[in-house]
Structures are given as C-alpha cells and as structure tokens.
Design a protein around this ligand. Structure first.
Ligand code: BMA
Length: 363
C-alpha cells in the first residue's frame, strides 16, 4: 500500500516495502554503528555478585573498579527449565529480569546464555551422554518434554519487559561451545546435521509465540586451536537465515599470555572472516584470564592489542563471571582490592574500548 501511494505521488523510494524495523533489527543496526566506534566491554552476572559480595543491589565490580557499568551484561538461564526460581549459580530469575530491564533502560545491551540439564539423564549440562539431541529430534517423550523447556524459556524472555510493557530485545546465545565435547549438545553427542536441526528447532519454537523480532540469535563455537580453519569453524553453523551473530569462546586458564594472545588472534581472524562472508556481526562471546586479578598489565598489554587487531570488526568482548564462591578459580574482571584495577582503568579510558556511557548516545 505504501509503495502504491508513493508511486502515485511520483516519489522515488528505494526503501523496501516492509513493516517497520523490529526491535531485534534495530539492535543489530545499533551494534553495527557502535562497532565503528570500538569494542564494547561486557561482563557476565555483573550486577548480581562479585569477588567479595553477592546479591547486594546497585553494585558491580566493574562499576567499582572503573567507574562505569559494562556496555553489555550477560546472564544465564540454566535450570529455568526445571522450574527453579534460581539459576545454576543461585541467581534468582526475578533478579535477572530486573537487572536486564535496568540495563536496557540505562541504554545498555543484554545477552542471555543457557546451560540446561541433560534432558535424558537429568544430570547437568556437562553430561554429554545418551545423545539427547538425537532423541529430541526424534520426538517422543524427550522431544515433548524438551518443547516444554523451550516454551518455559520463551515465557521467561517474554517477561523481560519495562514497567510500561516494552519488550526488551536481547541477544540469545544457546548451544554454545558445540565443537567441544563437554556439553550434551557438543560434538561428541550429535552430528553436525543434528546440531543444526536442533538449533533451528530451538529458534522456531522459542519465536513462535510472540518473540519474533525481539531476539538477536548468536552462535558461538569455542577455541579450536591455532590452526582452525573457516571450514572447521563453520561445520556446525545452523544457517544464514537462523543466525544473526557469530562468536567465539576462548579462555586463558594456563597463565600463558603469549599462547592466549597468538591463539586468540588466529581464532578471531577465522571468526571475523566467516562473519564478513556471511554478513553477520562478530563478537568475542566469552573470555577471561584465570588469575587476572593479580596481573598488573594484562588488560593493556594482552587483551587490548588483540581487540585492536580486529578493530571495526568486533562488536563486543564479554568477560565471564566474577564468582563469589570461588573467585580464585573464576573472576575475570578485577574485584575489590585487586592489583589489576589501575590497568583495567587505563584499558577503560581507551577511546575505542566502550563501556556503558560510551554507547548511550548511540541508542
Ligand atoms: C560456566 C562456569 C560455571 C557456571 C556456568 C554458568 O562456564 O562459570 O561455573 O556455573 O558457566 O554460569
């Protein structure tokens, strides 16, 4: 109708006659715009706990160390499928909803991951036995129950709304690190074809009751070594029509900065070239250096040059959580009293490293 009217009025219009942009499309557009300015910094579970505290309100290790919130906040839905009111790390789902809305309202971005239990054995996500993906695809009791899990996730995502009823757009990153063997959706437990069908089924089922246009779909393999290739990287890619963002998960667990740096640069090269070829956004979807709290130059000497090498091609870097139970094992950004704070501040001051206040002008 719009096209006809414009033509009748003699107006030349290059815009396609489609409905207005969806919130997910607007978020994608914003990510593309922001990527030109720099790389956004994200943090998992940022406002719910830190290395020395848990569950306080209005706190964040990043805010306390660097003076601003991260641009991106990540939360995990693991165990929502069991009907629990807290996730696998004991974060209440009501709190996650509240923080996701708050992050959106302050102009930030939200991403969700999901570590659900093995739907066949009932053990946690790290039980790769019994080929659950195949059983889900075959339908039957496992398939039926699993559809219910997806509906539970969809209902929860739908409930992430502002007080005036606006649905918060989110980046959803299910079935991550599928090229490792540790999760039940991983490479030891299903074929690439099964995995792709499974991801597609997930998107279709979650979107079908009113979430279409509100989710940016992210797909992120994990590190495959310095000699990774595009072909290997894309082996379990669900398809251009199903994925909006490609990512990669890489950690430094062994205190070997040089190895992390070389491997990460090589992997980001594969990631960014695949993303470019498929016209998708690329993000460093999970990372962190174990013990970073004691390192005084890791942020400016190690991660900064890596991110700069892919300047303009990476949307964000999401540092994984600062565990309140075992911070020596898992704390990937400096918490209270950390020796890394001055260096992290310096990292934050870089023009092309974006925290919340650097992105809110580009809403
Ligand atoms: C993993 C680890 C686990 C955690 C899970 C979900 O990578 O951090 O300790 O339970 O993510 O947050």
């Amino acid at each position: 109708m719009l096209k006809i009217l414009l033509l009748a009025a003699g107006v030349v219009c290059a815009l396609p006659v489609t409905a207005a942009q969806t919130p997910a499309q607007k978020l994608l557009k914003r990510l593309i715009k922001l990527q030109k300015k720099g790389v956004m910094v994200g943090h998992q579970d940022d406002p719910v706990y830190g290395t020395t505290w848990s569950w306080d309100e209005n706190r964040s290790d990043v805010l306390e160390a660097a003076g601003d919130y991260p641009a991106v906040m990540g939360f995990d839905l693991g165990e929502i499928e069991l009907g629990h009111d807290k996730n696998l790390d004991k974060v209440p789902f009501d709190r996650i909803r509240k923080e996701a809305v708050a992050q959106y309202q302050r102009g930030g971005i939200v991403t969700l991951s999901w570590h659900p239990h093995n739907p066949v054995t009932g053990a946690n996500a790290w039980d790769p036995t019994e080929q659950p993906v195949r059983k889900i695809l075959e339908g039957g009791e496992t398939g039926k129950n699993f559809t219910q899990w997806l509906k539970t996730v969809a209902e929860y995502i739908k409930s992430i709304k502002t007080p005036d009823g606006k649905q918060v757009p989110i980046i959803f990153r299910p079935w991550h690190e599928m090229n490792g063997g540790w999760f039940w959706w991983g490479k030891g437990s299903c074929t690439p074809e099964e995995y792709k069908k499974f991801y597609r089924l997930t998107r279709k089922t979650i979107e079908e009751d009113g979430l279409k246009g509100y989710i940016v779909w992210s797909w992120s393999p994990n590190l495959d070594g310095k000699d990774d290739t595009a072909e290997k990287f894309m082996m379990r890619y669900p398809g251009d029509d199903c994925v909006d963002m490609m990512g990669i998960d890489i950690y430094e667990f062994d205190n070997n900065d040089q190895n992390y740096s070389e491997t990460t640069k090589a992997e980001l090269k594969v990631l960014t070239s695949c993303a470019r070829e498929h016209k998708k956004i690329a993000a460093f979807t999970e990372t962190g250096c174990r013990g970073v709290g004691n390192k005084t130059t890791w942020f400016t000497d190690i991660i900064l040059p890596i991110l700069r090498e892919y300047k303009g091609q990476l949307s964000y870097v999401l540092f994984w959580r600062n565990d309140y139970v075992n911070p020596d094992k898992e704390a990937y950004l400096p918490g209270k009293g950390s020796k890394a704070i001055p260096d992290f501040r310096k990292f934050k001051e870089q023009k092309d490293i974006l925290f919340l206040n650097d992105i809110i002008k580009n809403k």
